[in-house]
Each structure stands twice: as C-alpha cells, then as structure tokens.
Design a protein around this ligand. Structure first.
Ligand code: PLP
Length: 440
C-alpha cells in the first residue's frame, strides 16, 4: 500500500463523512411554530413539546414516565436524589466514563467509588462492583458505553441482593435494547444526554426516564424549582432548581426521535460490515458481539489496537496509530476518556465536597484507585470512531476498513516517527479544546 498520509502520502478517505446533527423539514416547521407561538420556555411545566417528547421517548424505551432536563449531567444528579440517595452515600460507577458521570455523583452529595470495567465491553465489571460494596454503598450507576451495555442481569441481581439503587447512565445509548428491554428502563431511573455528539440531540439537553411514580414526581419537582409534580400523589416538596428544557429544544427532539429507528438500523448494518472487515486485520480486534443486545446502539464505534501483548509494550503507541488513522481521513480518537480518578477535569477534594470525609478517619483519596482494564483501554488499547462515520453506505465503511488496514500494515514506518505527530491524540480532554475545533 502507498505511503501513510501522516508521513506525507495520499489519504485513503478524501471526502468528509455525513454531517451531524441531521434535521428534517418537519423540524424547521416545528421550530418556526415555537418561534411564532412566543411560548419558548420550559414553563408552564412541562410545556407542550417537552411533555410530548418526554412521553414518546419514555414509551420508546419501555418506561412509564419521562422528564426533560437541561443536560445529561444534571439528569444524573436529579436521578440520584429522586431515587433516595443521601449526603455521604457511596455510589459505585465505572472508572472508564465521561467525568460528568462522577461529578454528578459529587453534586448529589454522594461519594463516587470507581470500579473497573470488563475488557470486552468496557462497561462495569460486576465482580469488581461486588468487591467495592461497603456498608455505605447506596447506589450503583452502570454506564452503557459507546456501543455496549453493562451486564444488567448480573447487576440487577446484585442490586437486589444488596438492596442498592440502580441509576443507568444511558447517555450513549438512545434506542438501544438489552434482551428486549430499553436503555434506561431496567434500573430505578435512567438518564440520557442530548448534547451535540449524542445519538439524539438538541445541542444541549437531557432526559430522565423511570417507571417509579415516586421517582418521577420527585424528578419533576427537582427540575421545576421544587413545585409539585403533575400527579403529586406522594406530596413531597424538595428544594429544586430551574433545570427545565426550552420548547425550541423539545421541538427539535421530536424530530430526532422520528429519525432514531432508521439511523440506528443503518449504524448497526454498517458496524457489522466494519467489524467483519477489521477482524481480518492483524493487531486489530473489534469488540466481541454482545449477545444480550437485541438492538445495538452505536454512539461511537470502538475497536481495540492490540499489535502485541501486552499492548503497552507495542513498538508503536496507540496514540500514534490513531493520529495516523485520522490523517488517512477517518476521524479517530484514542484518549477519549481518562479513568476518571486520573482525569484533570476531576477535582474532588474534601474542601469542595465535604462528603468525602464525612464519618471517615481519612478522606477518600482518588490517587489510591487503580483500575487496570480502564487504564489499558484509556491509554493503550481503545480506538473510538464517531457514530456519524457509520451513516453512509458500504463504500464508506470499506474505506474506513482500508484506512485501518493501511495503518496497521505499515506500523513499521511509524516506529521512528516524530512523537509530535501524535501530540493532539495524547492530550487530555481538558487540554484539547484549546486547539481542537470539533463539536463533540
Ligand atoms: C457517559 C456520559 N454521561 C454523562 C454525560 C453528561 O452529559 P451532558 O454533557 O449532556 O451533561 C455524558 C456526556 O458526554 C456522557 O458521555
């Protein structure tokens, strides 16, 4: 094959992939309708389009109730509070996730405790969750990451055994189904982000779904400044805030939900073709099929770079591989997340979050955490492609596979490459926005 693009050769992929987000003529009409109605806000609560969208989204995922919120971080905090966590409670979550999953736990007054992830799904390792349970543990928060779900059967069994609340962080998996059960509908409460990069988006936004009326009422009150919920059967009055979504956003989301089934199907088809092709390339491992997924959600297509064992001793580091793939015209990332306890966006000190020392001789010290699978995924192994690269046709998929193969078969050319070529891909998420122009 020809010279690698990162070293001055011609790129495999010359055209851009699908634009994102997508919208339809119906969206334009609905947004104009909101504009002309002059009824733009989230109040009266829940407003017309927000209410319609929340119910349709909940129905789609098999939950009884839905409530839109300003983003997918607040949605997690609200979900924890509504499900009954209290100040100082421990919440177990995966180390390998976006920092917001953990900061939401802190904002709810709880203590994040990180568990490792499974090497085949990068989602919670349920045995490690079991090991991390203490008398203070009140909740567990699985994250269904990128294109896989946590092992929900095992997790729900464990939660029942130990009497734990389950809050699903389903920020990545709109329209995903696990053994016929919708994302976010299996635990006590499910939370979704609707930020720009996600499978459905209103630019910013979030939604919480649940089938527990007591949680739903509490969520509605928390989101609407503490006011009574629509149903108000439990009569609780928490202190809340204004976390309401605007009608412009809700109008866009109705269109996003209309598109979801077709786009999900397209991504599944293309991902299957890509996995089949990548499986033939030495040193590349697609994530194994997860049989429990009846509808696979693909927020990012993730595969593993394993040029030798152990991966950390590979002659060409993952970040260089990713930079070379990116240069071939396939948008790719490696250090998509740090293990949160090592992230420079996660500043959890007792001065800011006194729950970290409540009733303890020593405050929780995140420097003592070590989750080897999460660290390997973050720094050596995982390669992340954004979902919109799967919105094209077979030729687009074949080009992605050709680009991966070209880099994988020419690794020797990268062995002595200038490390500066991989500098962007080695940076943390905190450092990158200074130079990166992407909107995800
Ligand atoms: C796994 C996960 N949880 C929570 C969030 C937070 O969502 P938001 O950015 O809408 O606040 C994100 C967003 O990227 C996420 O990826």
């Amino acid at each position: 094959m020809s010279k690698l693009a990162i070293l001055g050769g011609e790129k495999v992929r010359q055209k851009p992939f699908s634009p994102w987000p997508l919208y339809s003529e119906n969206d334009k009409a609905r947004v104009l309708e909101v504009l002309e109605s002059r009824n733009w806000g989230g109040y009266p609560f829940p407003n017309r389009f927000a209410s319609e969208f929340a119910q349709k989204f909940a129905d789609y995922h098999g939950a009884k109730y839905g409530c839109t919120v300003v983003n997918g971080t607040v949605s997690l905090t609200v979900a924890l509070r509504a499900a009954g966590t209290k100040f100082g409670d421990e919440v177990i979550l995966p180390a390998y996730t976006w920092d917001g999953t953990a900061t939401a736990v802190l904002d709810a007054g709880c203590v994040p405790i990180f568990a490792d992830v499974d090497p085949d799904t990068y989602c919670l390792d349920i045995e490690d969750v079991r090991r991390k349970i203490t008398p203070r543990t009140r909740a567990v928060m699985p994250v269904h990451l990128a294109m896989r779900f946590a092992d929900m059967d095992a997790l729900l069994d464990l939660a029942r055994e130990k009497d734990l609340i389950v809050i699903e962080d389903a920020a990545h998996v709109h329209g995903g189904f696990y053994k016929g059960r919708g994302a976010g509908s299996m635990g006590d409460v499910g939370s979704f982000s609707l930020q720009t990069s996600k499978l459905m988006t209103s630019g910013e936004g979030g939604i919480v779904i649940t089938s527990r009326l007591d949680c739903y009422e509490m969520i509605q009150s928390l989101v609407n400044c503490g006011r009574a919920s629509e149903t108000d059967q439990y009569g609780k009055r928490p202190t809340g805030c204004n976390y309401r979504l605007s009608e412009f956003q809700a109008a866009v989301l109705l269109g996003q939900l209309e598109m979801l089934p077709e786009l999900t199907e397209r991504r599944i088809r293309n991902a299957a073709r890509l996995s089949a092709a990548l499986a033939q390339i030495p040193g590349i491992r697609p994530l194994p099929v997860q049989a429990a997924l009846t509808t696979e959600p693909i927020y990012c297509y993730v595969f593993q770079y394993r040029p030798s064992e152990p991966p950390s001793e590979a002659p060409v580091q993952r970040d260089m591989f990713v930079a070379a793939l990116d240069a071939e015209g396939v948008p790719a990332d490696g250090r998509f997340y740090d293990p949160v306890y090592r992230s420079d966006l996660f500043h959890a000190s007792p001065a800011d979050f006194p729950q970290l020392e409540l009733g303890r001789e020593e405050p929780v010290d995140y420097r003592t955490f070590h989750c080897p699978v999460a660290e390997r995924a973050a720094y050596h192994e995982s390669v992340w492609l954004p979902q919109f690269v799967l919105l094209g046709d077979e030729n687009d998929v074949d080009e992605i596979a050709r680009a991966v193969e070209k880099v994988a078969r020419n690794l020797a050319d990268l062995e002595n490459a200038d490390p500066k070529l991989a500098a962007l891909k080695s940076m943390s998420r905190a450092e990158r926005p200074k130079i990166e122009k992407r909107n995800y």
